[in-house]
Write a protein that binds this ligand. Structure first.
Ligand SMILES: *[C@@H]1O[C@H](CO)[C@@H](O)[C@H](O)[C@H]1NC(C)=O
Ligand SMILES: *[C@@H]1O[C@H](CO)[C@@H](O)[C@H](O)[C@H]1NC(C)=O
Ligand SMILES: *[C@@H]1O[C@H](CO)[C@@H](O)[C@H](O)[C@H]1NC(C)=O
Ligand SMILES: *[C@@H]1O[C@H](CO)[C@@H](O)[C@H](O)[C@H]1NC(C)=O
Ligand SMILES: *[C@@H]1O[C@H](CO)[C@@H](O)[C@H](O)[C@H]1NC(C)=O
Ligand SMILES: *[C@@H]1O[C@H](CO)[C@@H](O)[C@H](O)[C@H]1NC(C)=O
Length: 928
């Protein structure tokens, strides 16, 4: 049996009531001997299911011995004093394993009133229907015992039941008969727990008729519909757990005075509406959890009347307004979480009266003002999270760090003006987590060197300047696992002595000198955007746990150590771009490869692409751009089914891109940049047919490339170190770095090669294409009509070819088109006069023989008519504006066009307008 400590705890809690019930019976030894047939039934039951070898602890049946005649004295067995019949059997946590069939001797104990089989492993068998023969049962506990399947109807006929606990049998079903039947039959129920059974219906109104009900557990039952409000009014209901039913809607009722409710859990439901003022009537409420639901509005100040509260969790709702100062009256609170809401105003000073608080989380709100001065009153506090608010004033760490029990302190991303440090000897023995990102810290905090227990430290986005003082390396001397110093002004960082460091982020500093080598424990090492020089030491190859290496944008020189190929089993991100590296890319050891991101662009790498990369079956992003690779098109990568980005621009790739040998090559490719190489022959029209990812509209692609685009197997790993892909795209000689890649960006850039022949019609099938650049080749023939089918196209560059014929008027259908260039070709005839075409200027058309019409000065002669707009209805001018607005207003154009050299006036006007749209608040702890 596999049990986690958590399960053990849950079990323990689940069986408390029975344990509480049993001492009296254990103490009063029964004078009546047990009945022989029941004794043998018990022994037979033990014989059939007891597997002591499967669990470590001594358990009850162990002590049942044949020679010990009085089974009433056996552990877990309880008899009626008068009759000697067995009335109670507690075999919870007794190493029972295997299915119980309906002929089992257990069912000969017909006088049983209480049966507890919790926390055993009945091997995913069905609950035996013969349980229905135990007609006197008042209490049945089968929680956590691996029963599965439909709950037999016989169980629902045990109408004497007052307690039924089926908690955490993950594959139990209550479908047919369903919950409705259950509550109609078992009307004496006081305690019902169906947690994690599959109910999948609305909660029947009839539950409100169970007038004896004191506790109702329906956690994780896939409940649907709206929860009947009348259930809250059950006169004896003390505990209601509806948590983790995301499809269950409902709202809180008006609560009456004298309601006995003690524990209310609506965690991760679809409950909505506001918190009623009458909440203050729940005078007995001790635990209240509505986290991850949809509540909104103010927190009523009547909450201050809930003086029994020990746990209050409002995390992740849409609550707004101020935190009522009446909360300072909840002096029993030990856990308070109001994070991820829209709470504003100041932190009420009254909270400092909550001296029992262990956990206080107000993070991710819009709170302002200072942290209350007497916060050090909260002397039981071990966790204080205030990050990502607008708190301001001076950050008095000297005061906060008087809290001797503090374990986790996160204050990042507020608006503190400066920090007052505690003095050097303010050592907090328990402090393990400290977040001070973006807190106006200006130098390495000295007091940290006495915090020997620190494991997680975030000082990123401050202005820590200069060399790292040696004493800083004493921080968390033997414990430190996570260190983020990125986006500071640190100049030197050498000694790295933390023996169990796992993640180190030093990106965006001014660190000079040789590449510091972290300890072997390291898994994520990011030191891009610094001023490192010299060679990459071979010592890097000894980092046998490394998953992510980012050395990009430094001045590293020399070769990539060939031994780096030995790390390809663990390494999943390798980013070396923007250095001075030369030589060949390392061979992968044994052709094992876990990489999903390789960026070695902008170096001087030579040789051919290593064929071993074909083994990187998880590869998503490959950028070899700006190197000196001499090779032909890597058709051998076609089977990499996750590959989305292939950038080879500015190398010496050559030859024709021949017909692929297999079907379905590069099925996920979205960005192909082969520009500025020596490719020749015709355009790869067979591939255009195969690049099917550019034909499918991906609706959930609003975000950027990271986490979500990696192979499922690895998404966890990347999420852990949120890493953004970046790339540089060249357009008309303007190179633009995209720090993050919009997930919907579909791009083909084959420019500046020697492609010849016609533009194949099949390009028109890549309907999700945003950027198409075929410029600077030797393409002939006419512009294919099928381009008019690329309705998402934002940039089309066909300039500097030998194209002839007319510009198809149908291209005016491309209403997202923001950049268009057909200059330096042999085109003639009228320029389309509609929609986006009204925004392109002269330079889009220059260097053609016979183009005419606006914006060119050359007027079109008579016979050929200017093409008309394919749309009709509104006046032409009105229409144009609408279309431009559509293009920009949707937000789609921004990401791409922002990178391009935008020329047209209208674009500029709208870009100014929408620039703000692009900014996103970067306030999450990005590297947890
Ligand atoms: C438990 O279930 C597994 C899988 O169904 C089966 O192979 C095994 O024999 C069962 N064990 C017992 C004791 O029934
Ligand atoms: C309830 O228990 C009593 C004995 O306590 C028994 O006589 C009766 O049959 C039981 N009721 C049902 C419906 O089984
Ligand atoms: C809360 O208590 C105050 C007195 O402390 C009382 O005036 C008020 O009526 C109570 N509110 C509720 C909703 O019980
Ligand atoms: C804290 O509680 C005391 C005693 O109830 C009270 O006098 C004081 O005003 C409270 N402090 C704040 C800041 O509310
Ligand atoms: C910082 O590093 C540079 C380059 O390695 C070195 O010249 C300088 O002496 C270092 N400064 C300190 C204070 O260590
Ligand atoms: C454009 O797409 C339509 C519908 O998908 C198709 O019928 C038509 O043939 C395409 N036009 C061209 C020129 O490829």
């Amino acid at each position: 049996m596999k049990r986690t400590p958590f399960d053990l705890l849950v079990i323990f809690l689940a069986i408390i009531p029975l344990h509480l019930a049993s001492p009296e019976t254990l103490l009063s030894a029964s004078p009546t001997k047990c009945h022989e047939q029941e004794r043998s039934a018990l022994l037979e039951f033990k014989q059939s299911l007891f597997h002591p070898e499967l669990c470590n602890d001594l358990s009850k049946p162990e002590s049942w011995k044949v020679e010990d005649g009085d089974c009433c004295s056996w552990e877990g067995v309880e008899c009626d004093e008068g009759t000697g019949y067995v009335t109670g059997l507690d075999l919870s946590q007794s190493c029972l394993y295997g299915p119980i069939n309906s002929k089992a001797s257990l069912f000969r104990l017909t006088h049983l009133q209480s049966l507890n089989l919790a926390f055993n492993d009945f091997n995913d068998s069905q609950i035996p229907s013969a349980i229905g023969d135990l007609v006197e049962l008042t209490s049945l506990n089968l929680s956590l015992s691996s029963f599965e399947g439909q709950i037999p109807s016989q169980v629902l006929k045990l109408t004497n039941l007052t307690s039924l606990d089926l908690f955490r049998n993950y594959r139990l079903k209550l479908r047919n008969p369903g919950m409705e039947t259950m509550v109609q039959l078992l009307t004496k129920l006081e305690h019902l727990d169906l947690g994690f059974s599959d109910v999948s219906t609305p909660v029947p109104d009839a539950v409100a008729n169970l007038s004896s009900l004191t506790s109702l557990g329906l956690r994780g039952c896939n409940l649907q519909g709206t929860f009947p409000t009348t259930i809250f009014e059950l006169p004896r209901l003390q505990l209601l757990d509806l948590g983790f039913n995301p499809k269950l809607s409902g709202h809180l009722p008006e609560f009456h005075l004298h309601s006995p409710i003690k524990s209310l859990n609506l965690w991760r439901t679809n409950f909505s509406g506001s918190l009623p003022t009458s909440l203050g009537n729940l005078a007995f409420l001790s635990e209240f959890d509505i986290s991850h639901s949809n509540f909104l509005g103010n927190i009523p100040s009547s909450i201050g009347n809930l003086t029994q509260l020990t746990m209050l969790n409002f995390k992740d709702n849409k609550l707004s307004g101020e935190i009522p100062s009446s909360m300072g009256k909840l002096v029993e609170l030990s856990y308070l979480d109001l994070s991820l809401n829209l709470l504003s105003g100041q932190i009420p000073t009254s909270l400092i009266n909550l001296t029992r608080l262990n956990y206080l989380n107000l993070s991710f709100n819009i709170l302002t003002g200072p942290i209350p001065e007497n916060i050090s009153n909260l002397e039981s506090l071990d966790t204080l999270y205030l990050q990502s608010n607008n708190l301001n004033g001076i950050l008095r760490l000297d005061v906060i760090l008087k809290l001797q029990d503090l374990d986790s302190l996160l204050l990042s991303f507020n608006e503190f003006s400066s920090v007052i440090e505690p003095n050097m000897n303010a050592s907090l023995p328990n402090l393990s987590t400290l977040g001070l990102a973006s807190s106006n810290v200006r130098e390495f905090p000295i007091f940290l060197s006495s915090q020997s227990g620190l494991r997680w430290l975030d000082l990123s986005q401050n202005s820590i300047y200069g060399p790292t003082p040696p004493r800083f390396f004493n921080v968390g001397m033997s414990q430190l696992e996570f260190l983020n110093l990125s986006r500071n002004l640190i100049t030197n960082f050498t000694a790295l002595k933390w023996p169990i460091l796992v993640r180190l982020d030093l990106r965006y500093n001014d660190i000079q000198g040789l590449l510091p080598i972290p300890p072997k424990s390291i898994e994520y090492y990011l030191i891009s955007n610094n001023k490192l020089s010299g060679e990459i030491s071979q010592e890097v190859c000894q980092l046998s746990s490394i998953g992510m290496l980012d050395f990009s944008k430094n001045k590293l020189s020399g070769i990539i150590p060939p031994c780096l190929g030995n790390l390809s089993k663990t390494l999943f991100v390798l980013s070396l771009n923007g250095n001075d590296l030369y030589g060949r890319f390392p061979q992968l050891q044994n052709n094992v490869c876990s990489l999903f991101m390789i960026d070695v662009s902008d170096n001087q790498l030579q040789g051919s692409l290593p064929r071993g990369l074909a083994n990187c079956s998880d590869l998503v992003f490959l950028n070899f751009g700006y190197n000196q690779i001499v090779d032909t098109f890597p058709s051998w990568m076609g089977s990499l089914s996750y590959l989305k980005v292939l950038i080879l621009h500015s190398n010496q790739f050559h030859g024709a891109i021949v017909k692929p040998e297999a079907h379905h090559q590069f099925p996920n490719l979205r960005i192909v940049d082969l520009s500025t190489n020596n490719f020749s022959g015709s355009l790869p029209f067979e591939y255009f047919d195969m690049w099917s990812a550019m034909k499918i509209h991906h609706t959930n692609d609003d975000g950027y490339y990271y986490g979500s685009v990696v192979p499922p197997r690895l998404s966890f790993a990347l999420e852990a170190g949120k890493y953004d892909y970046s790339m540089t795209i060249i357009n008309k000689g303007i190179s633009t770095e995209y720090q993050r890649i919009l997930a919907y960006l579909n791009l083909i850039d084959l420019s500046s090669n020697n492609f010849n022949g016609v533009i194949p019609n099949s390009v028109g099938s890549l309907t999700e294409l945003r950027i198409l650049n075929l410029s600077n080749n030797a393409l002939t023939g006419s512009i294919p009509l099928s381009l008019a089918n690329l309705t998402e196209l934002e940039s089309l560059d066909l300039s500097s070819n030998k194209l002839s014929g007319m510009i198809p008027p149908a291209l005016a259908r491309l209403t997202f088109l923001a950049f268009f260039n057909v200059s330096d070709n042999h085109l003639f005839g009228p320029i389309p006069q509609a929609n986006q075409f009204d925004t392109f200027e002269n330079n889009s058309y220059e260097g053609n023989l016979g183009l005419c019409g606006v914006p060119l000065t050359k007027k079109c002669g008579n016979p050929v008519e200017a093409p008309s707009a394919p749309l009709s209805g509104a006046s032409a001018e009105e229409l144009n504006w609408k279309i431009v607005l559509m293009g920009f207003g949707s937000g789609l154009v921004i990401g791409v066009v922002m990178g391009l050299n935008t020329t047209s006036k209208i674009e500029r006007r709208f870009l100014r307008f929408y620039r703000g749209w692009q900014r996103r608040r970067m306030h999450q702890i990005r590297f947890v």
